[in-house]
Ligand binder design. Sequence first.
Ligand code: GBH
Length: 489
Amino acid sequence: MFNNISRRTLARILGGSAAALSLPRVGFATEGAPAPSTHSAGTTRTFPSDFLWGSATASYQVEGAVHEAGRGPSIWDTFSHTPGKTHNGDTGDVADDFFHRYKEDIQIMKGLGLKTFRFSVSWSRIFPTGTGSPNPQGLDFYHHLADALLEAGIQPFCTLYHWDLPQTLQDKGGWENHDTSKAFADYAGYTAGKLSDNVHHFMTMNEMRTFVDVGNREGRHAPGLKLDDKRLAQLNHHVVLGHGLAVRAIRATVKPGTKVGLAENISATTPVVESPEHIEAAHKALREENASFLTVVQEGRYTDLYLKRLGGNAPKFTAEEMEIIRSPLDFVGINIYQPMYVRADSSEKGYAVVPPPSSYPHMFSPWLNVGPEGIYWGPKLVHEVWKVKEMYITENGASSSDHLTPEGKVYDTDRVMFLRNYLTQLQRGVSEGVPVKGYFLWSLLDNYEWADGYEKRFGIIYVDFATQQRTPKLSAEFYKQVIAKNAVS
Ligand code: GBH
């Protein structure tokens, strides 16, 4: 893919003087670049002129400063400090030190041309013990962050829960406790109301599926529980209820015109072959494979097959709760990494999930199978099945085994390949009328990758965790070009 870029051009693009932290040079490609037309590589796939190009992060993965400004402990502090739970025993104590460095990082964002930035609020910075009196210092940080983003011409998108439950609430049963749903809504309503002058898009939760399944069933994420089916289904119900209550609480406190949504890691059901029977199978699979997450949020009911599968382990719920869960959203954010391939099948479900063969190509994270068509089918099916009119890709990105060359460069050609192909498929959907209004690349910075610690890097900016030095990777230059051209070629 680079064979039409000469060595000299590459050397100039990544030029020696463009050292780390030399912010204006984050994406030097436009400086003195040749006129694009003569060397353009075939079709240019353009996005709508108001398309929002962004990047995403999450509180515990970047902020550090875990003992500062009155923050209370969260389940991730506890989990990461428990021996044996994370790669190398890594914790988020320092992470990217974003709490202190956000102003410089915003200059990096500006240099890339980002139009929007998605961050999450740490609940235990606002309510150190989950409920009770708010901590003004915690709120100040997010106020200042939002102000600084706006000053740089970058729209803040705010997630209210990216997995860092206050430890005090876990001590009272976490999401197994019905009261946690209400506590979340109180926190979300309060916080969104306070930030609403500057933030116009709020997401209740990030990836309900992941913290329910990986945190509470598999036990590989905080709080590290391995609940049985019955307890897990009830916990799952409290999570979706917490989302619905939060939607209502947020609407009650924010300025008119504020939009409310969520960011869910849907199973992006993708037909194995694009033929009518497999496409139909993917439609059916979308509802069933997301039954206790986006499906119940959209429809206000658990699917018959979901309830049948659980039998006596099905959650207890009231009709009123189901109404709350389906509180209408202004937008749906979906995080897309790997596709879930499905095929037509004559079973009761009408489809079958096709597990990837062991030879299936993946990124540095073994789970991250490369399947660009997932970012075409995911949003397309969400739009068709639930008539969703405003969507965002709230996360998409890839881990690579990045390393700095002696000259201080990172040539993450695999990440560039990944992004180019996913963005090509995204453009395919958008150009067909799928209403995706923006894209948030995961992630701006290398950061704390949960149980994988600092080993798996997802940033387009390399972070030396010993010095906190930031160095733009080749993928940063690629993304800067995409944004500047509003197109992927
Ligand atoms: C997202 O999760 C998260 O929102 C974000 O915080 C995270 O940093 C990013 O993606 C990259 O991972 O342990 O091998 O079984 C994506 C969904 C679900 C993918 C949990 C990894 C565990 C895989 N993730 N899964 S494994």
